[in-house]
Structure formats: structure tokens, C-alpha cells
Design a protein around this ligand. Structure first.
Ligand code: ASP
Length: 404
């Protein structure tokens, strides 16, 4: 996208987020009338996800040229995912222990929210099982992206070993990818209207500004804890971007269109096409971007990881349950896994929270406490999830000369 267009578009998107917030605040549920515009934008993005993931992973992995290089780039990516997610969870635990948002609430009982009913038995093995799908077409139809990515990695590794016929398929995939990236730019032009409608309609659904403010009471400190944790993590990632990725503030400014889209859609998967385009404009090596971002979208969720830890500890504090250091270590491990297991779709983290709560014996009823404000926190954590992936692509690119 030309530089000037990108700058104007970013300006319009900023106005649309603020304008959407104000309209939702003052006009409340009436904004539901324009919700379809947001859905249209969301659908246009989602339409691109499956073909884009397949073609970009196939082209990206194939451009490495050699399966051993795949192992090395995979190793560096994995280290980045583990360190950044681990830091996020640790930060969440530090913040929640310092601020103690649930102290003195003295809750008892409650009901398990409908959304997590039937999910009580979700465990770690379910996360691992979800990585391989018995039916790749069904996975695509359900937008189950992790099995698709794993399939695409295997497929492209095999293509590189298939000589001349394999090269035809790789070139085909390159062409598909280029065409899809053009469509991404067209869809991007619709972002200001789409994001405006999404933000306005969602705040409207919450009953408008005053009603939402009312809901914030009681859990206000919890919201403050999550948001301040996410802010500190955003800054830490910025430090990693500058010192490890050797990139500056202009990288962040170019990424802003993707970050606002993550905020508007509350979905890092739906944002994936824009993340790829912004990284391309940032001139991040395609080999790094095409490998790190699709995988990171579902696996590397820094914002979700931080939130899982804060929310679980908040529930413990609210119910007056003291968690020992050993139990907090379990929260650390399970929050990381719950973030890996969460899909990049709205409020997925709320459901995988059962893994953390079950592991340390906290009441699932506590999730009810988080419901009213989750739609808002979800947007902030999706934004940090996308930011974590973007920084990851820059960091991995830095190591490419050494590993390829
Ligand atoms: N909505 C988040 C995302 O798409 C996931 C979550 O619920 O935390 O990144």
C-alpha cells in the first residue's frame, strides 16, 4: 500500500475507533442497526484466512529450501514464543499479587456461566489433540487453523523434496499468495467503516456508556490490573523490538492498522491478513513473517496468557482462597497452556480459563465475575497478541542470517 494511503487510512481508523466508542456510549443499543457493517468487514477478513494461511505457510516454508533450515527457524520461533509467553504470565502474576484486585470481596457460591458449561473437562491432552485434525477439509471449514498450519508445514517440507513437480506447486502457491495479499489491501480500505461499526455496536450492546460504567464497578481493580499488565508487556515487547529486532518506532506505526483491527474485531485470527500486510510494508523478511505469524496467531498469545494468570488469581482472591507459591507455579504453567490452547477468536480465553481453574481447584463459578467486562479486555488482549506476533517476526528475522 502506498505510504500516503497508509497514513490517511491510519488516521481514519483512529477516528473510527474514537467515533465508534462515542456513538456506542451515547446511542447505546440503537447502534445495533449498523452492526452488519462490522460483520461485513469481519467476514471479508475471515474469507481470506484459510487460503492465506495455506499459501503463505507453503510459500514461506518452501522458500527456506531445506528441511534442516525449517528445524532451525522453528527452534528460534519456539524459543521466542516460550520466552514472550512466559514473561507475560509472570508479569500477570506479579501485577495481580501487587495490586490484589480481589482482596476483601469475600464471595461465595455462584453459578457456572453457560458459556463454559460442558467444558469443565477440557484438559491439556485436548490441546495437543486439537493440533492434528483427522479431516483437513473439516478443519478448514471450521477455521481450525492450527491443524491447517501443521499440515501446510508438512506439505511444503515434502514439496521441497519432490523435485521439479514439487516446484510447480510451490510456484502456484506463490501466485495464490500474491493475489490474496492484493485482496487484503482492498479489504483494508474498508477498515475504518468496519471498525467503527464493530466498536459502536459492541458498546451499544453493553447498554451504552453509563450502563457499562456501572458494570465496571466491583471489578474495576481487576480491569486496571489486566490493562496495566498488558501495557507493561507492550513496552517490554517494544524493548525486544528495538534491541533484539533492531527496529524502531516506525515499525510500530506501520503495525498500528493491524493493532486497531485486532482491537475492533477482538480476534487475532481475523486480523492475520492485515498483520501479514503490515509486516510486508515493514519489509520484514517474508520467510520470517510467513512462518512466525500464522503459527503465532494461534500459539503465541501474550495478552491472553497474561489475562489468564490475572483472572485466575483474581478469582482466588475474590473467594478468599490463598494460593501457595507452588500453586502459583501451577497457575503459571497452566495459564501458558491455556493461552496456547485458545483460538484467535473473540473471548476464547474465557473458555480455556477452566484449565487453569481446574488445575488449582478454584471454583468455575468465578468466571461469572469476569463476564460483564470480558468483551472489552478481550479487545486489549487480542491487540497485544498481534503485537507479540509482529515483534516475533522482527526478532526471528534478526536471526535469519545465522540460521539459514
Ligand atoms: N480474542 C483473543 C484473540 O483473538 C483470544 C482471547 O480470548 O484471549 O487473540
Amino acid at each position: 500500500m502506498p505510504h500516503k494511503h497508509a497514513a490517511i487510512l491510519l488516521g481514519l481508523i483512529v477516528v473510527s475507533v474514537i467515533g465508534g466508542g462515542l456513538c456506542g456510549w451515547f446511542f447505546g443499543p440503537a447502534m445495533d442497526n449498523i452492526a452488519w457493517l462490522g460483520t461485513l468487514f469481519l467476514n471479508a477478513l475471515k474469507m481470506l484466512i484459510v487460503p492465506l494461511i495455506l499459501s503463505s505457510v507453503i510459500s514461506g516454508v518452501a522458500s527456506l529450501g531445506d528441511v534442516r533450515k525449517l528445524g532451525r527457524i522453528g527452534g528460534v520461533t519456539l524459543i521466542y514464543f516460550i520466552v514472550s509467553t512466559g514473561t507475560a504470565v509472570l508479569l500477570g502474576l506479579i501485577m495481580v499479587n501487587l495490586i490484589q484486585p480481589g482482596a476483601g470481596m469475600d464471595l461465595q457460591g455462584g453459578v457456572v456461566p453457560e458459556r463454559v458449561q460442558g467444558k469443565e473437562d477440557v484438559g491439556i491432552s485436548d490441546i495437543l489433540l486439537s493440533m492434528v485434525s483427522p479431516n483437513i477439509v473439516a478443519a478448514a471449514a471450521n477455521m481450525d487453523v492450527l491443524p491447517l498450519i501443521l499440515f501446510a508445514i508438512l506439505f511444503s517440507a515434502a514439496l521441497t523434496m519432490s523435485g521439479e513437480p514439487g516446484q510447480y506447486v510451490i510456484r502456484f502457491s506463490d501466485g495464490v499468495n500474491e493475489a490474496l495479499m492484493k485482496i487484503v489491501i482492498w479489504v483494508m480500505y474498508f477498515a475504518p467503516i468496519g471498525i467503527f461499526a464493530l466498536v459502536a455496536a459492541r458498546l451499544g450492546q453493553a447498554g451504552g456508556g453509563e450502563a457499562f460504567f456501572e458494570q465496571l464497578r466491583g471489578v474495576g481493580m481487576y480491569v486496571v490490573t489486566v490493562l496495566s499488565g498488558l501495557t507493561v508487556h507492550f513496552l517490554l515487547l517494544m524493548v525486544a523490538l528495538i534491541f533484539i529486532g533492531r527496529r524502531g518506532i516506525d515499525f510500530f506505526i506501520t503495525m498500528l492498522r493491524a493493532l486497531f483491527t485486532a482491537f475492533g474485531t477482538a480476534s487475532s485470527s481475523a486480523t492475520l491478513p492485515l498483520t501479514m500486510e503490515c509486516l510486508r510494508e515493514n519489509k520484514v523478511d517474508e520467510r520470517a513473517a510467513r512462518f512466525v505469524v500464522p503459527l503465532g496467531t494461534t500459539v503465541n498469545m501474550n495478552g491472553t496468557a497474561l489475562y489468564e494468570a490475572v483472572a485466575a488469581m483474581f478469582i482466588a482472591q475474590a473467594y478468599g482462597i490463598d494460593l501457595s507459591l507452588g500453586q502459583q507455579v501451577i497457575v503459571f504453567i497452566t495459564a501458558t497452556l491455556a493461552a496456547v490452547g485458545a483460538a484467535g477468536i473473540p473471548e476464547a480465553g474465557l473458555v480455556t480459563m477452566v484449565i487453569v481453574l481446574n488445575a488449582v481447584g478454584l471454583p468455575l463459578e468465578g468466571i461469572g465475575l469476569l463476564l460483564a467486562v470480558d468483551w472489552l479486555l478481550d479487545r486489549f488482549r487480542a491487540t497485544i497478541n498481534v503485537w507479540g506476533d509482529a515483534v516475533g517476526a522482527a526478532v526471528v528475522q534478526r536471526f535469519l542470517p545465522a540460521i539459514l
